[in-house]
Write a protein that binds this ligand. Structure first.
Ligand code: 2HA
Ligand code: ZN
Length: 281
């Protein structure tokens, strides 16, 4: 590190203590606990990123280039000098719920847009590194900024009920899965009138899954990753969680109905049309 080392370390020591960040950390802890309680975050499953650039002042940014530097395999011109609070790779949501600061890191995108710095006090050895799905998070965060979207959060989880649904051959298309999810619960049409995007099975942690997800998020606020999980954007972390929760509820209602040995009836097309029309009224 260069510059005034003590000032820099004082600054970073205080990162998680900043009063503006307290409500964000409380939301992180709350949502991490929900994910764990619902069984949607086994081992180190699930990850999120939160754009926290607005919590910092331009004058602070000069310091950030001194922190450990990690090249990215791609350039993100739309993310230059932005800051994200990101879940750490290998961390557990059940730990995040109790000790968020120990399981998160601050990622600052460099002036070139092709590397990031991890902000923090790195004197005591290895720092927490960002999630293995970072490329997907960055691609989406860049698209959100370019569209001037109010959403600042990307959340991914291993939602059992939704994964189960994508294991069934008849739901492996956007059309089929949306008509099922809408028909199982009125809230799904109310809160997700654009439905959910469907990404056919793709290896995780790759540019490929990032690109496919990005395409789907142009018209949806949530995406299913076949046989893997779900991802949603939100204004806040609880907002992204709520979207996933509604989808999971619909899937669960279907699976519970099926488990009785009978075929769930579902809302009729007329009932769904009525809900849709009530939205524009
Ligand atoms: O964070 O969920 O998709 C671990 C994962 C990878
Ligand atoms: Zn995953």
């Amino acid at each position: 590190m260069i510059g005034n080392l003590d000032n820099l370390l004082n600054f970073t020591n205080d990162l998680f203590q900043r009063k503006e960040l307290k409500p964000v950390l409380a939301q992180v802890a709350g949502v991490a606990q929900y994910l764990w309680d619902r069984g949607w975050a086994e081992r180190n499953a699930g990850n999120f990123s939160i754009n926290v650039t607005g919590f910092f002042q331009e004058k602070d940014f000069g310091h950030f280039a001194s922190f450990p530097f990690f090249p990215l395999s791609k350039e993100y011109p739309g993310l230059v000098r932005t800051i994200f609070l990101v879940s750490g790779t290998g961390t557990r949501m059940r730990d995040m719920a109790h000790r968020p600061a120990e399981n998160l890191c601050f990622v600052y995108i460099s002036d070139s847009g092709s590397a990031f710095h991890i902000l923090g006090d790195h004197r005591e050895g290895d720092c927490v590194k960002p999630t293995s799905e970072l490329v997907t998070h960055l691609a989406i965060q860049q698209q959100l900024l370019q569209k001037k979207s109010p959403e600042k959060v990307v959340l991914h989880a291993h939602v059992t009920e939704l994964i189960a649904l994508t294991q069934l051959a008849q739901f492996k298309s956007e059309e089929a899965v949306n008509s099922l999810l809408w028909s199982m619960h009125p809230e799904t049409m109310l809160f997700l009138p654009d439905g959910v995007g469907f990404v056919p099975y793709t290896l995780a942690r790759t540019e490929h899954i990032a690109a496919s997800t990005l395409g789907k998020l142009k018209n949806h606020k949530a995406v299913l990753w076949e046989k893997h999980g779900c991802l949603a954007v939100g204004i806040t972390l609880p907002d992204a969680f709520d979207t996933i929760d509604i989808l999971a509820k619909s899937a669960k209602i279907y699976l519970l109905g099926k488990a009785t040995g009978m075929e769930p009836e579902g809302l009729t097309p007329e009932q769904l049309k009525e809900i849709r029309e009530s939205l524009s009224g």
